[in-house]
Write a protein that binds this ligand. Structure first.
Ligand SMILES: [Zn+2]
Length: 419
């Protein structure tokens, strides 16, 4: 009898979880979007959606023109080609293609006539400020964390000048050139008034720390971050490992900020594809174990691009409370893998995880990335709660709300605060 009542409770539970997951605002902890003060750096609209590098890579599967011929086209022409190849000549079944359709549908547009020009006319009438609010509302996103690089020549001057911040957009300090291309970065730091040499002397380390402190303060960074290729190791006799150990992690510890490590991007597997040319490789999660063990007072955020790294990453999080696992991105941002990875995370590390971030490069993408992920997160959570019901434990609506708030930014905020 008991089993029967549990089974009848399940549809109600599923509906309740789906409703709470659909309506709980999310803090999107990693994107490539920009505060509107950055003007054209904040990408949005149909052509930007179509020339997103995920779609460009897929379009080249069907395109027989030379790479350079494609890159020489205008953005509109590139978008026309992507549309033709991926939406007209074939059905748009991939996750990235479906995402464009989800966005159009959410905006109340009907793409069934395949009339790109009519769709473009609608987007041309939108005003940036209103459109930002509309996208955030439709995505249920309350806060967006940017990726901010002092090494970006377009971005840096505006930070130096200062501007009125839009408080929906928070910042993260990305330091890839510092860790991964020290030979080129040292002269740049010297030009900006930091007395560094190429060898990592005590003076150089303290100047690197001063650079990190200045930029952390200037952009009000929530965390620091780097994207690491599969061959990253720690400890190691590399500039990356030594700079992390001597400058970056001590800075993070003293500033009370996490260091985010994004494992597994194999850079420029096919350089002809430009931004779409990176691949995936298996990372050494042992490097992360070593970092977490060696720096117990430093907080680490970590995500991995390779499906095959996910289990080891979860196990590492079980061993180290100074590690917070987040997100399914790029090649793992497909429904089958999000479902598998999210379930694995909940089963291994419970709710002390941030299951998703959008990684959006185009504002409108937050709509589809969150709509698609929410459906999967709701399904996985319902399964876990139903299993608890079968074990004789019922969750209240308020407990479900609490759990979802944690998954959508609460656990992350608590981890960052260190309480
Ligand atoms: Zn990213």
């Amino acid at each position: 009898m008991r089993a029967t009542s549990t089974e009848t409770a399940t549809p109600k539970l599923a509906a309740e979880v789906a409703h709470i997951v659909a309506t709980t605002p999310v803090s999107d902890i990693h994107t490539h979007l920009y505060d509107p003060a950055f003007g054209p750096l904040l990408l949005w609209g149909l052509d930007e959606l179509l020339v997103y590098h995920y779609l460009v890579a897929e379009a080249f599967r069907y395109l027989d023109m030379p790479y350079d011929t494609f890159w020489a086209l205008s953005k509109t022409q590139q978008a026309d080609l992507v549309w033709e190849k991926l939406f007209v000549e074939h059905s748009p079944v991939s996750e990235a293609c479906r995402g464009v359709l989800t966005v159009l549908q959410a905006l109340g547009l009907d793409p069934r006539k395949r009339d790109l020009k009519a769709l473009r006319r609608w987007f041309a009438k939108q005003k940036t400020a209103n459109y930002i609010t509309r996208c955030l509302d439709l995505a249920g996103v309350r806060q967006i964390c940017m990726t901010n690089s002092p090494f970006d020549p377009v971005e840096r001057p505006l930070w130096e000048k200062g501007f009125a911040r839009d408080d929906r957009f928070t910042a993260a300090l990305r330091i890839d050139p510092l860790l991964l291309a020290w030979g080129d970065t040292a002269p740049a730091l010297t030009r900006w008034g930091y007395a560094v040499g190429v060898s990592l002397s005590g003076k150089t380390i303290s100047e690197v720390r001063r650079f990190l402190e200045d930029w952390t303060r200037r952009i009000r960074a929530r965390y620091l971050m780097v994207s690491l290729s599969p061959d990253f190791d720690f400890p190691a006799d590399t500039f990356a490992a030594r700079l992390l150990e001597q400058a970056v992690l001590p800075h993070c510890r003293d500033a009370g900020l996490p260091m985010a490590l994004m494992f597994g991007v194999k850079r420029q597997v096919n350089p002809s594809l430009k931004l779409a040319g990176d691949g995936v490789g298996l990372s050494r999660i042992s490097a992360l174990e070593n970092l977490c063990a060696r720096f117990p007072d430093t907080k680490f955020l970590a995500t991995a691009l390779a499906r095959e790294n996910q289990h080891e990453l979860c196990v590492t999080a079980r061993k180290f409370r100074n590690l917070h696992v987040f997100g399914c991105w790029w090649f793992t941002n497909v429904p089958s893998l999000i479902e598998e990875i999210t379930r694995m995370r909940l089963e291994l590390i419970g709710l002390s995880v941030t299951p998703q971030h959008s990684d959006a490069r185009v504002l409108d993408q937050i709509i589809y990335k969150w709509q698609h992920s929410r459906q999967i997160i709701a399904r996985v959570l319902t399964g876990q709660y139903a299993a608890l019901q079968r074990a004789g434990w019922t969750v209240t609506r308020e407990e479900i709300r609490r759990d979802v708030r944690d998954l959508f930014g609460g656990a992350f905020d608590r981890f960052c605060r260190g309480s």
